[in-house]
Design a protein around this ligand. Sequence first.
Ligand code: ACM
Length: 608
Amino acid sequence: MFRLDLEWWPGDPPRYVFTLHNLGPAALAGFALGWSGHGKLDPAVPIENATVLERVSNYNLVAPPEGFVLRPGETWRFVVRGMRLRMRHWTEAASAAFVGPADGVPIAVAVGLCAPEGVMGAPRLGVTRFEGALDDGLALVPWPARVEVEGAVAPVGLCVVDGPAGFETLCAALFADEALLDPGGRVVRLVTADVADEEYRLRFGAEIVLEAAGQAGFFHGLVTLAQVLRGARQDPSCRFPASGVIEDAPRFGWRGVHLDVARQFYALAELERFLAVLAWNKVNRLHLHLTDDEGWRFEVRAYPELTAIGGYRGFGLPVPPLLGSGAAREGGFYTQAELRLLVALAADWQIQIVPEVDVPAHCYAALAALPWLRDADERGAYLSVQDFPNNALNPAVPEVVRFVETVFAELMDVFPGSVVHLGGDEVAAEAWASSPRAQAMGGAKLLQAGLLRRLQAMITGTGRVAGAWDEAAASLLPAGALMFAWQDAAVGPAMAAAGFDVVVAPAQLYYLNMAQDRDWWAPGASWAGCAPVEAVYRFEPASGFAAEDRARLRGVQCCIWSEQLRDRRVFRSLVFPRLSAVAETGWSAAESKDWRRFAAAVALMPVL
Ligand code: ACM
């Protein structure tokens, strides 16, 4: 039995103190201690009273001084005086550890919560609630374009005549015990109308008439109606209108949510439930970040090692423990059959899944699985911004081009949507600098542009668009590209001015793993900033865009990066209600947004 206590002294330099306790009956000699968690140590600063045996990004394996024996009841203490980035939140500290006896199976170590000296408290894990008011008596998120309703009638269930099948499964997935649908309830009649694709009109009366052009509009109208019903049932300030109209159409065609399933694995059932939550928010794109340094989650038939090896982390495995995983093998991947079912479910709920395989950087797991993709003559090491060594696929290796094309061919076969995301972010400036083949072919920038252009041509050749993070603008052609502007709010307008279609996702506000405030006990990280719910809600995505470039702004997307999101309570408290704040920004006209109303209405929105 072992316990690891952590202390954090955020001075200059900071002090990160580790104390390993032996609480068991036996002495431990000749051992090593391993841990992982988001915070990364500065490789240039030696650890006091410990020797580093192995380090990959946030995974460390360290040994005590020669001959040290950890006797029962005793402790081993060592001190780190340098971090890559100062820790600011409890979720950045080490969260999993193990001791590896010289000749035995690793033993899990209980890890205590880390707090800076004098900072009292406990992790904040709830969903934040706010004061608000529903002056119209309707609890709707996102708010519709026009609401003119009167009176109130009993909030009985809805009897939808020939409604889209997806609506029934959505109600069952989210609110199975609320009887939102009732064959003996108020009749909702669907009428086809000559309006835009996602637009709808609801006329309240003895019967409700829902007009739309097709499935998407009918589906959104029914979600609105069900939200009205739930509000009338659950909030005394709400009502189910007797008469009047709601007319509605989205501001943007792209209302996205990105989920990083690479850093932490999410079970298929969680993704299904998440899709239902998105549909209730009228989100219409789920961007799945399927691969990264820490895990490869997409089954590729031509390269089974990618998932068999790259999908799992653990002590002694090609991908080590990372981001809170311990010695035991853990992880997972999605088969192509599972993903096809997910795509179909999402389509029923009017959501398109946007798959991302992130190349050429962020490929540590892929290269661990397929080491022959490296240039065997590459000698030096470079580190990515997340401290992964040599993590970029090298386009000068002929097999790499074949590999990437094969992976994207399979990806496009599984995901039929209009956008295929190729990543393209955060290639280290020194990537391939010591690869003789890369140097012979003109250096990093040229190689990278060549690879990404080739992929873009492959994607556009099937009539689709290549999605990419904003750094890839240096490589891609504006025609047939959709840029995800993440680095800050000024990037989107600049990309649009350069001729690119843009989705804005500024990290400072739309990266939902950013903490909501500076408090140590607020979960998340804050390397890009802190994003309070109200600030997220109030962000105006078109600000900074020149009038002539406004048409290139395709929409908004929040990004759920999972580095600190191992605990689902952390996920919930970071994602909600900020996800709904972005959803409303994507759907509702800027002038019809209202923080007080949103704050009240969002309390009825489902969470994960
Ligand atoms: C990113 O945050 N590297 C897209």
